[in-house]
Design a protein around this ligand. Structure first.
Ligand code: NDP
Length: 316
């Protein structure tokens, strides 16, 4: 039978095109999305056949919804062979934080805490799978890393000592480090947490489970709806800038193929790795394992992030 992958945020952009590429490779796709009608239309628009996918509703802005999703997935009786944590929100113009039903800041909840909970819960399902090459993949981004050109634009992520997580991450706290709310920093810090989560999953569970845990930066997919909450002028200029100046631009289709390769192709079976595509200035850049930012490779911070996140999502 076909191997099964859960993809969060498969209704648009990178997630949708990853679903398409994985379906083309012979995978069965569980699309974990908040809007079923939108997701059906999206699947049809890229030509994923109805036999190759199902949709299970989830709102990653709510931890209760994540737990309900896992129960609904288990009720299907499907084996789980791969998990792709892709969904994210980016809301650069917010003046005040939005909150999850639990009271946590919404960008960190959607992008990190929900995926952290999902990975932990679904790890049990993946342990039961007999598929010989099981993988968990979490999307990263270049902007997590101030050591790279694409990550130099302020504000830069700063998890501090995770004081905000430690204090419960609810009103009046909105940032992981407990400092003033900055929506762009919230996005970048959620992506640092995504990478820390992947590295900690690798450190804790790779040897005992044989599962491959990886993250990646698929390139700048400048025309996905991720930027829909930015100024209209930004949305017009950003793709042009990426195409002509940084030359980091990739199409949604190519980004999906890269992500699908990291989920399924034999050459990406390297647990703990963060993949990037080289020579962004040239065409057909080859993939390579890239060093992540100092914050994202700090093992002590990863451990602390893990323990505090586990408390926030009530795993402990
Ligand atoms: P999109 O905005 O196109 O897609 C985001 C997806 O996440 C959508 O399917 C969206 O659903 C879903 N989503 C958002 N909030 C929720 C929620 N509360 N519950 C369930 N699903 C939700 O963005 P991209 O495709 O560009 O981004 C995908 C990933 O790629 C992200 O992790 C991003 O950080 C990463 N990335 C993107 C880059 C880029 O240049 N675009 C570069 C590097 C990394 P809905 O359709 O309902 O809104």
């Amino acid at each position: 039978h076909k191997p099964t992958v859960i993809i969060t945020g498969a209704s648009s952009g990178v997630g949708l095109w990853s679903a398409k590429a994985l379906a083309d490779k012979g995978w069965y796709i569980v699309m974990a999305c908040r809007n079923i009608a939108k997701t059906e239309k999206a699947a049809e628009s890229v030509g994923i056949s109805k036999d190759n996918y199902t949709i299970i509703q989830v709102d990653l802005g709510s931890l209760v919804s994540v737990r309900e999703f896992v129960a609904k997935f288990r009720a299907t009786g499907l084996s789980l062979d791969a998990l792709l944590c892709n969904a994210a929100i980016y809301m650069p113009l917010l003046k005040a934080p939005l909150r999850s039903p639990e009271g946590f800041e919404l960008t960190m909840t959607t992008n990190h805490l929900s995926h952290f909970l999902l990975c932990n819960l679904l790890l049990e399902d993946m342990k039961k799978s007999t598929y010989p090459d099981r993988r968990m993949v979490i999307l990263g981004t270049v902007t997590h890393n101030p050591d790279e050109l694409g990550g130099k634009i302020p504000p830069q992520p700063d998890l501090g000592n995770l004081e905000g997580f430690e204090k419960g991450f609810k009103e009046p706290i909105s940032m992981a480090n407990g400092k003033k709310f900055e929506p762009v920093r919230a996005y970048k810090e959620s992506k640092v947490c995504n990478i820390l989560t992947m590295r900690e999953l690798h450190r804790r569970f790779h040897d005992s489970t044989g599962i491959t845990f990886t993250s990646l930066y698929p390139g700048c997919v400048a025309d996905t709806p991720l930027f829909r909450n930015h100024y209209p002028l930004f949305q017009k200029l950003f793709p042009l800038f990426q195409k002509n100046i940084t030359k980091g631009y990739v199409t949604q289709e190519l980004s999906g193929q890269r992500v699908a390769a990291v989920v399924a192709d034999p050459e990406y079976r390297q647990s703990g790795a963060y993949w990037s595509w080289g020579n962004r200035q040239k065409k057909d850049g080859q993939s390579f394992v890239q060093t992540v930012s100092p914050q994202a490779r700090d093992d002590a911070r990863a451990e602390r992030m893990w323990d505090l996140s586990a408390k926030l999502v009530r795993l402990v």
